[in-house]
Write a protein that binds this ligand. Structure first.
Ligand code: 6PG
Length: 508
């Protein structure tokens, strides 16, 4: 179409850190971008950075000062990417695009951390105005610039138009080894490798999967923080010593981005005070809500995710700094004899294994949650594909994701990762050390909520019999809630007149 000559390929709204970097990533991959932000300084900033990165060559980004100008700069049918905060702002932008004349076959992609139910509603709400598509992004600012993990969902037709672009800008993994292919320079592109972007499912599915990614992210971070706490307070190790231990752990089964950055954070010294910065950071955790959404969803779906929920609680407990300062003077600590050098060495090894087993449990919970949600909403999620997407680019990227990919490739319908042959063998070999670490930390009085919640999860999941028989008796006693019997066919309900003299059993 001649009217498309010299026009931009993609419109971009929202030029914060993530947005600006996604624009430059798209530009590196040969797309011409029309960029808009209500804050025009941000528009100027991205144009300036584009100029610097291209040495004043052909501009790859065109600045726009209104939604109308943005649409006018674009090839038809229009493709517009939003990188704006989740919530009402997404709808405000959509309404502005409608006001500016967006067309029915135009596509708008929401890349924020939107609540998945909002995404479902939006697809329906805007269906007569344009195609609302979503694609959650993970990887922070560096990921956005040099290759994020992308979780697109919505109209399959929209995906056919988005796929080549998403495949180009996503992080890439070496197909043979499963290892990330590094890209770290402006202008650099990676043409081969498996892209960390694949169609997730109908509207909302991608944001649900990203939400669970973040729930796992919360748990992964908390597990590392608990290990740090134990080493710092229990073994009285310094930041550099802990960084060295983590660096060693990062060479093996715990190899992950979060472990890698923890080493850097622990080593970092405050320029002014020459103190390790981590010792100066206030121990009150922030949260934007995606971990909480995961925990809430796991309760709603009825899928146990105690490690993830515990990680959310840990952030909440941390926020009560003043109360904790007070309780620390009121509540007594256990008596504890410090470990000798050889005991310390053994304990560090046990802690490593505890972290690894807890990590397996975290992913088992996250994947089972996605599986149950997929059945409930008929999303038909492909778990091997999700694990593959998470191998690079995203915050939870880890060598371990290849083992999860392999597990789901062995058995697509796996109910829980714990029953996969590889993971069940790993848990079997490492569980003794896990138990010893939990016992030792408990004796020390160091809180390890996520590590011990994982162990209880493991023990509950491996018990053919749980004490819910007594619980059912209690429920029936006070509320006539009925129970089933193991010596009678499934589904038959019974009730006992617990307080009457002969206590008759009534079959209902
Ligand atoms: C990602 C991150 C990203 C964001 C978290 C932060 O995958 O790139 O998850 O989405 O950094 O949402 O979450 P909290 O502020 O709640 O820790």
């Amino acid at each position: 179409m001649s009217e498309n000559l010299n026009k931009c390929d993609i419109g971009f709204v929202g030029l914060g850190v993530m947005g600006k970097n996604l624009v430059l990533n798209l530009a590196d991959n040969g797309y011409k971008i029309a960029a808009f932000d209500l804050d025009l300084e941000k528009v100027s900033a991205v144009i300036e950075q584009d100029k610097n990165e291209t040495n004043n060559g052909e501009p790859r980004v065109v600045g726009c000062s209104s939604y109308t100008e943005l649409l006018a700069q674009l090839k038809a049918p229009h493709l517009i990417v939003l990188s704006v905060p989740a919530g009402d702002i997404v709808d405000q932008v959509c309404q502005n695009l409608i006001g500016a004349g967006i067309q029915r076959d135009d596509i708008v992609i929401d890349t924020g951390n939107s609540l998945w139910t909002d995404t479902v509603e939006r697809e329906a709400k805007y269906k007569d105005d344009f195609l609302f598509f979503s694609s959650a992004v993970s990887g922070g600012e560096v990921g956005a610039r040099f290759g994020p993990a992308l979780m697109p969902s919505g109209s399959p037709y929209a995906w056919t138009r988005v796929k080549p672009i998403w495949s180009a800008i996503a992080a890439k993994v070496d197909a043979a080894t499963g290892k990330p292919l590094e890209r770290s320079q402006p202008g650099q592109v990676i043409e081969n490798g498996d892209p960390c972007a694949d169609y997730i499912g109908p509207a909302g599915a991608g944001h649900y999967v990203k939400m669970v990614h973040n729930g796992i992210e919360y748990a992964d971070m908390q597990l590392i923080c608990e290990a740090y706490h134990v080493l710092r307070e229990g073994l009285q190790l310094g930041c550099d010593e802990i960084a060295n231990i983590f660096e060693g752990w990062n060479q093996g089964v715990l190899d992950s981005y979060l472990m890698e950055i923890s080493v850097e954070v622990l080593r970092h010294k405050d320029v002014e005070t020459q103190t390790h910065l981590v010792d100066l950071i206030l121990d009150k955790a922030g949260q934007k809500g995606t971990g909480l959404w995961t925990a809430v969803s796991s309760l709603e779906v009825g899928c146990p995710s105690p490690t993830i929920s515990q990680a959310v609680y840990a952030r909440s407990i941390s926020s009560f700094k003043e109360l904790r300062k007070h309780t620390s003077t009121v509540l007594s600590a256990p008596e504890f004899t410090p470990l000798c050098e050889s005991e310390k060495e053994l304990f560090i090894e046990q802690l490593h294994d505890a972290l690894y087993c807890s990590k397996i449990c975290t992913y088992a919970q996250g994947f089972q949650l996605m599986k149950l949600a997929s059945v409930e909403h008929n999303w038909q999620l492909n778990f091997a594909s999700i694990a593959k997407i998470w191998r690079a680019g995203c915050i939870i990227r880890a060598a371990f994701l290849q083992s999860i990919t392999d597990a789901f490739e062995r058995e697509q319908q796996l109910d829980n990762l714990l029953v996969d042959s590889f993971f069940s063998e790993q848990l079997s070999s490492y569980q003794q050390n896990w138990r010893k670490a939990v016992a030792q930390c408990t004796l020390m009085g160091i809180p390890i909520g996520a590590i011990s919640a994982s162990l209880s999860y493991y023990d509950s999941m491996r018990c053919a019999t749980l004490p819910a028989n007594l619980l059912q008796g209690q429920r029936d006693y006070f509320g006539a809630h009925t129970f089933e019997r193991i010596d009678q066919p499934a589904g038959h309900k019974f009730h006992v007149e617990w307080t009457s003299a002969d206590r008759p059993i009534i079959k209902l």
